[in-house]
Ligand binder design. Structure first.
Ligand SMILES: [Zn+2]
Ligand SMILES: [Zn+2]
Length: 307
């Protein structure tokens, strides 16, 4: 059977949603990525982009006569609001037919489940995180974990690589984890998803280091697609009165430095600043393509085919 491995960008904005006529081309929803591998769906982050994705998943499931359970895997890079604010409006979360497998970081020594409970509870939202009908399996993972899925079996396993060697088959999907520390104030997770000899690395809310982030360069080595934060232009990053140095985001120059050193095949720029409107992003896209031929600025609704 022909393999199918693709990513779709459902939210490419950083900080907060930006609706309106000036963001129609690149989109205004906050971070959410769908990774589709044959019939397996992996979602990274639950910014407002996840709302449209949830509607699409449920419509497809019922229109195609899908047999329950509707099983999905959700990975969190971190728990900032622009990466979680869509979850209360994600329809599969309310369906008794859904099994949602969550994976994410320890947050200030608090398990993922506790942080999600806090993010969705009265008086901030009328429904408790735990009270919806879906089955929720919530896993706090660490850098020494890998998540193993299989296109024949959607149930993910959380494997400690120091204790067990994952058994990789032709149908295996392997998710590796890197902990990055440049984002205030608890760092983030970067995920590398591998299938059929191909790979995609999702790396948002990171700030570059002088000479390039060596750990990230090694982690992203040879990836078919690196999706990298470049929220700020060089001017925003350095100019007074509010230089954005230390805010935990990169410039395109930083993303390109990593992409070149890691010898990735394609570079997708994401987590666009709310102040960067379509015209500006078009200009950046043309400008930075000259520095890395296989670069593109991510647009909401676009799909990139890996296999
Ligand atoms: Zn963010
Ligand atoms: Zn953040």
């Amino acid at each position: 059977m022909k393999k199918d491995f693709k990513v779709t960008f459902w939210g490419v904005r950083g900080s907060h949603p930006v609706p309106g006529k000036n963001t129609l081309k690149f989109g205004g929803n906050t971070t959410c990525l769908e990774v589709s591998i044959d019939s397996v769906t992996i979602i990274i982050d639950a910014g407002t982009g996840i709302i449209n994705l949830g509607n699409r998943i449920v419509a497809d499931f019922f229109s195609k006569g899908g047999k329950p359970p509707l099983e999905l895997t959700l990975l969190f890079t971190h728990l900032h609001q622009d990466h979680t604010q869509g979850l209360p409006f994600f329809v599969p979360y309310y369906l008794g037919q859904s099994i949602l497998n969550f994976f994410g970081p320890l947050n200030f020594n608090e398990e993922l489940h506790k942080v999600l409970e806090k993010s969705m509870a009265p008086p901030n939202f009328p429904i408790d995180f735990d009270s919806s009908s879906s089955v929720k399996n919530i896993n706090t993972v660490k850098e020494n974990s890998v998540i193993l899925l299989d296109t024949d079996d959607k149930k993910p396993q959380n494997i400690n690589i120091f204790h067990n060697k994952p058994e990789i088959k032709n149908t295996s999907i392997l998710i590796r984890i890197m902990n990055g520390f440049s984002h205030p104030s608890n760092g983030i997770y970067i995920y590398r998803i591998e299938y059929g000899g191909k790979s995609v690395v999702f790396c948002t809310d990171v700030e570059g280091y002088l000479y390039g982030d060596s750990k990230l360069i090694n982690f992203a080595k040879g990836a078919d697609l690196l999706i990298h934060d470049a929220q700020y232009s060089k001017e925003q990053y350095t100019s007074l009165p509010v230089p954005r140095q230390g805010f935990g985001h990169s410039t395109p120059e930083m993303a390109i430095e990593v992409a070149k050193a890691a010898e990735v095949k394609n570079l997708a720029i994401t987590h666009h600043d709310p102040a960067s409107l379509d015209k500006q992003l078009d200009e950046y896209n043309s400008k930075y393509k000259k520095q890395f031929d296989k670069l593109f600025y991510t647009r909401e609704g676009e799909t990139f085919q890996i296999i």
